[in-house]
Design a protein around this ligand. Sequence first.
Ligand SMILES: [Zn+2]
Ligand SMILES: [Zn+2]
Ligand SMILES: [Zn+2]
Length: 246
Amino acid sequence: MSLVEAELREALRLPGCALCRLEHLAEQTYCTWFILENYYSAATLEVLNRGGFCRVHAWRMAQLAGQRLAATYDVLVREAKERVRRALAVSTGAGSPVRWRARRWQAVVMRVLERKEPCPVCVASVRRAELGARHLVQFLEQEAGRDDYTRSDGLCWDHLVRVCLLAEPPVASFLLNDFLRRLSALEASLAEYFRKSDYRFAHEPKGPEQTAYLDAVELFSGLLDRVGGVMVPGRTKLAGRGHRGA
Ligand SMILES: [Zn+2]
Ligand SMILES: [Zn+2]
Ligand SMILES: [Zn+2]
């Protein structure tokens, strides 16, 4: 069994979308590697200079790497100044407003200032999820695999689409039937939430329907490795998720 296959089987046993979880594992691997030896390596600095971390990963890295980032950004700031100076030279060298050409200026902004390379953490995590998706398709070709998948939390919308693109009709229809069943369960859970919101039934004990909206967020937009800042009632599916290996 390959490493990705083992990871995938493990992820299917844990809460949330298995491919989201593989993405988080890849993020963790990248961050660990970055902190241990690469926050000041020439190759990494070059990648960051051309693209940089996306918003989410920049802040995650700030959290994990802490003050090591002072060395990283010390280099990036100098490179950034160089680029700003180059753009500035064009904007002040253009002379009279008559000679100003919007198109030429936009080309300079895009060439000199825009950061085109994608975030390296995003690249690493998408790659891992793609690999996981390929293994999942093979896994779902077996009946035991389909049973494991049915018992799992299923895929989020985007990852379902990725896997459907790779799957042939039997696996694709299995996945879509399964997704439909999950949407119906969510619909029922939301209906139960509204029923209990009615003053006539407000005395009934609250249950998992109270966090149905979070299940919906997860299904539509994927799993976060921590449900940051959201109040999650105890004894529900999402409570304590941050501590369960995410
Ligand atoms: Zn997902
Ligand atoms: Zn903004
Ligand atoms: Zn990113």
